[in-house]
Write a protein that binds this ligand. Sequence first.
Ligand SMILES: Cc1cc2nc3c(=O)[nH]c(=O)nc-3n(C[C@H](O)[C@H](O)[C@H](O)COP(=O)(O)OP(=O)(O)OC[C@H]3O[C@@H](n4cnc5c(N)ncnc54)[C@H](O)[C@@H]3O)c2cc1C
Ligand code: FES
Ligand code: FES
Length: 498
Amino acid sequence: MQQDLTMPPDPDSGAIRFLLGGHPVVERAVDPDCTVLEYLRRRRGLCGSKEGCAEGDCGACTVVIAERAPGGVALKAVNSCIQFVPALDGKALYTVEHLAAEGKLHPVQQAMVDCHGSQCGFCTPGFVMSLWALYVAHRATGSRPPDAEVRSALAGNLCRCTGYRPILAAAQHMFELPAVAFDLAALQAALDKLARDAPLAYAYAGRHFHAPRDLPHLLALRAQYPQATLLAGGTDVGLWVNKQLRRLDHIIYLGGLEQLEAISDVDGHIRIGAGAKLEAAYAALCAHYPQLFEMWQRFASRPIRNAGTLGGNVANGSPIGDSMPALLALGAQLRLTNRARTRVLPLENFYLGYQKKDLAADEILLAIDVPLPGPHLEFRTYKVAKRYDSDISAVCAAFALELDANGTIGSARVAYGGMAATPARAPQAEAALAGRPWCEHTVRGAMRALARDYAPIADMRASSAYRMQTAQNLLYRMYLETRPDAPLTAAETSVHAN
Ligand SMILES: Cc1cc2nc3c(=O)[nH]c(=O)nc-3n(C[C@H](O)[C@H](O)[C@H](O)COP(=O)(O)OP(=O)(O)OC[C@H]3O[C@@H](n4cnc5c(N)ncnc54)[C@H](O)[C@@H]3O)c2cc1C
Ligand code: FES
Ligand code: FES
């Protein structure tokens, strides 16, 4: 790949500056909510990236975005159909057009040819870009991805023709072909040059995009423009534009603020900055709660998790969002802030009703504090959806029980998604568990109590009766996995919840 990484000096702070295939680009006349896919295809004539679903589901539009990261530069596959162009400022964008060099296919592309990984070809550029991100990451460390990692990297790419076996074969074969190096050091130097201290204040046709560079400026903007749309990873907001045809006249972008992305262990908590990407947030949570691993892998797809944030999931507050049941069960607290003060709120008090939250117009979600696990905690979380990968939950459940040495339940926190207008705890079931022995009789009582906690809706994902039965069965499943006398074996528990 030929890269010309020299960037002209920043002429003003009102232009979007990024690298496209290694070449500097300055844009001053793009709508703030123009998607990267639309920009590539219509403005740049780069039609390799395809539009399948325009909602982050199919992966036909997958591109790779590189940005500065602690310790170097990170290349990540994302869905260009739900990313906005101004969010590229300071980053590097690569598409399928940028891989072949000097008339030769890149090993990723050659492997797809050799393994017959393409038929109609519509999905192929997206697969190639997901594979390229994997290739660069593993070439940099000299490693080969295990099969599970390949599958995880490709879970967001759908193919209706080929079947996945040849594509999985290509993912291994690409490492057997003569290596093509990618100059990460040169890219990092170019991104360093591109970085600016001043915020981006971009306007076009009377519409605005602000990208503050620090928290005080972000909070000042929030106070000044309370009606503006806060944009984090855009994996919910992008759909407002594509599917609801909303125009966003004023955007405040939260990306790239170190303070918002930081993850640390503080005073017995894992503190996850609201801007931490889902991939990083789940990695940090799983280090303490390995029971969350399956949820991590089944949350959307790698490209969505590379862009979307934990704060966006919590702030969006969808009743079927996947993070909230676990966070509610674990007793997470939110740190909400404006210019004057930071307040701490238990997550269950944040949701006031369907799409109603305890968040003032001048506030943002700053961080999520998740208590570190105590020695007697039994914790489980389950997702039930129609597909294993990349699907929205019909029901999502999480249970956190403190069990003493005699098998008596000290405290119980039970929470579900998909059962009410918001993610919500189950006070009746919790009362039926607390202080009782963890036994068949107790769990059956708590299962019955769930019917008093919730009156779930019926929709295209599940009927009301299915949801209730599933919610009860998941609690019973937790019991089977953790009952003191005869817990299920590891092999038995590895059967997928759906
Ligand atoms: C294909 C696809 C699959 C998906 N699969 C799943 C899934 O399996 N499980 C699931 O739970 N979700 C899923 N989602 C939804 C989405 O990915 C998540 O909700 C994600 O966490 C949103 O984060 P974001 O950073 O992209 O938020 P954005 O889209 O940027 O913002 C979402 C909302 O939160 C607000 N917001 C963001 N950050 C803050 C903040 N710090 N303070 C205050 N308000 C803020 C925004 O203003 C907006 O209202 C999926 C989405 C897509 C497109
Ligand atoms: S077009 Fe389907 S994920 Fe973007
Ligand atoms: S080759 Fe036709 S959709 Fe994948």
